[in-house]
Design a protein around this ligand. Structure first.
Ligand code: 3PY
Length: 250
């Protein structure tokens, strides 16, 4: 039985004091909720977020990481540094990283493998651009990103990967894939993972939907059999709306 995961991706938002304020508002609201909640904060807020959420259902994620363990890599953050401050998850290959910072499937694969090696759970993001959807290329794009992103990842390790399908045209645009459109791609991903690792492993992997998920559409998206949760941008920045999403996901 797969767990529903409600994950917030704050992107480049919130200072340390805003992080404290948010968590002080959110945590009492979800005190009695039994759900899998993740918040991906900027690097600067990770320490305070992991301290404040220690005795709660919330797990903390980084939004990216370096592709080496240590050394002369100016500006990078090692997965070991993330582990050291009790970070459990790391988003890898978000479309904004691919688009603005040149992260390729090769880099994504290096990071996925290193995250698994260091016992961080990678949230591997994939998804097509608008022109790719219009050219009927969605499934080919998603297939390449998964096959390349998980290259040399063993069956044992694959069980510890979370996939986030985020159609790029639905990110920050207010446009959401209809539940049927999203389910169609999620099912395709599930079948692909079954071809790669066997049905049993595929059935264990959580596949999240991302791209303008909000309180108004969360229930119908989560009703689809292969949508196991959400990776949420804008609606995760405000404690009340994030709490509503968590409530829907329990
Ligand atoms: C969004 O919903 O905008 C996201 O990109 C979540 O990662």
């Amino acid at each position: 039985m797969r767990k529903t995961i409600i994950a917030g991706n704050w992107k480049m938002n919130k200072t340390v004091s805003e992080t404290k304020e948010f968590l002080n508002e959110l945590l009492p609201m979800i005190k009695d909720v039994n759900a899998n909640v993740i918040i991906a904060t900027p690097f600067t807020s990770l320490t305070v977020a992991s301290e404040l959420t220690k005795n709660s259902i919330v797990k903390i994620a980084a939004q990216n990481m370096g592709n080496r363990l240590k050394g002369a890599y100016t500006g990078e953050i090692s997965p070991l540094m993330l582990k050291d401050i009790d970070v459990n998850y790391v988003i890898i290959g978000h479309s904004e990283r691919r688009e603005y910072y040149g992260d390729t499937d090769f880099h994504v694969n290096e990071k996925v493998k290193l995250a698994l090696e260091t016992k961080l759970i990678p949230i591997l993001c994939i998804g097509e651009k608008l022109e790719e959807r219009e050219a009927n290329e969605t499934k080919n794009v998603v297939k390449t990103q998964i096959v390349e992103g998980l290259k040399d990842v063993s069956k044992e390790d694959a069980k510890n990967v979370v996939i986030a399908y985020e159609p790029v045209w639905a990110i920050g645009t207010g446009k959401t894939a209809t539940p049927e459109m999203a389910q169609d791609v999620h099912k395709y991903i599930r079948d692909l993972l079954a071809d790669m690792y066997g049905q049993e492993v595929s059935d264990e992997i959580s596949i999240l939907y991302g791209g303008s998920m909000k309180p108004e559409n969360v229930v119908e998206l989560l009703n689809e059999s292969d949508i196991d949760g959400g990776l949420i941008g804008g609606a995760s920045l405000e404690a009340k709306s994030f709490a509503k999403l968590i409530e829907a996901g329990k």
